[in-house]
Design a binder for this molecule. Structure first.
Ligand SMILES: C[S@@+](CC[C@H](N)C(=O)[O-])C[C@H]1O[C@@H](n2cnc3c(N)ncnc32)[C@H](O)[C@@H]1O
Length: 284
């Protein structure tokens, strides 16, 4: 099955453009602004939490690359990043390993159009729907001759799923699909909007704002989000609010209460009885 991408449509809000508005980017239209403003009216911390989520994704991916010597990163549901005044996953990863391969995917044609327009010739953003992992892992872009020596899915990869699984009905199926396709020692970075300790009226208000913009979002309880790491080894510091996430506990920003996004990093363990992965060897 191949899932068609989201076509360019400027009459309805796009999750990528609404998020871009929240982040202070310039790639949105009036309907996106209205949706984002409705979210902010319900949850005034939404722009700050969006920025912290963006920073979490870059911080966690760069940490995984540096800590485990992993040299290939797949950022699925990348969003529009080039006009955002913050360092993207790609920039953060290249700060710690300039040669690491970073490939991004999104199902929204607007994200690809932006990447093509702002960085002509850049092949690092590909069409891909996280609900259709075959579309991503069988993408000829992964096997482009120029990349052949750098994308090798028999070796560990970092997969970033930042603020994308709350747009998906069955996130556990995505995690199971990744377990089947990734090499042991791979690291997944997940962030997800939660309804826990936020207030029902705020969650309802934000959900309604997205729905009015003809989009949707699913806030889940922390317990349901934590269970996405079943079958993976949760890495320190476990699941926390994104603005508190750092393996050594040194990144401690303000806790926001009107909207919460939690994040975690988890490693795919060896199948029982198989040889242990040597991360030192990965860096070679
Ligand atoms: C809130 S933005 C997050 C962007 C970025 N990952 C971050 O955390 O900064 C969500 C992105 O996921 C994309 N997205 C939503 N559903 C998706 C799906 N089923 N497959 C791939 N991308 C998806 C949207 O188009 C949007 O660009």
């Amino acid at each position: 099955m191949t899932t068609p991408g989201l076509a360019l449509d400027f009459t309805q809000a796009s999750r990528a453009r609404v998020y871009n508005y929240l982040l202070g980017g310039k790639s949105w239209t009036e309907v996106d602004r209205e949706t984002a403003q409705a979210v902010i009216r319900t949850s005034p911390d939404a722009p700050a939490v969006a920025r912290e989520n963006f920073k979490f994704a870059g911080r966690a991916a760069a940490w995984a690359v540096a800590e485990f010597g992993i040299r290939q990163v797949l950022d699925i549901g990348v969003g529009i990043v080039d006009d955002v005044p913050l360092d993207s996953v790609e920039i953060c990863v290249h700060n710690v390993d300039p040669d690491a391969m970073v490939l991004a995917f999104d199902h929204d044609e607007v994200v690809l159009a932006h990447a093509r327009a702002l960085r002509p010739g850049y092949g690092g953003v590909l069409q891909g729907d996280v609900r259709d992992l075959d579309m991503i892992f069988d993408n000829p872009g992964l096997r482009h001759p120029d990349l052949a020596d750098r994308i090798d899915l028999s070796r560990p990869a970092v997969v970033v799923l930042a603020a994308v699984l709350h747009f998906v009905d069955d996130p556990a199926a995505v995690m199971a699909g990744l377990r089947e396709r990734l090499a042991p020692g791979s690291v997944v970075i997940v962030s997800h909007a939660t309804s826990s300790h936020t207030g029902e009226e705020r969650v309802d208000g934000m959900t309604a704002a997205y729905e009015r913009g003809s989009s949707s979002i699913i806030f889940r309880e922390e317990e349901a989000i934590a269970s996405l790491a079943d079958g993976w080894d949760l890495l320190p510091p476990g699941m926390t609010d994104v603005q508190l996430w750092s393996p050594d506990g040194t990144y401690q920003e303000e806790v926001y209460e009107t909207v919460r996004v939690v994040g975690m990093a988890a490693m795919l363990p060896q199948a029982p009885g198989s040889e242990e992965v040597s991360h030192a060897a990965l860096a070679s």
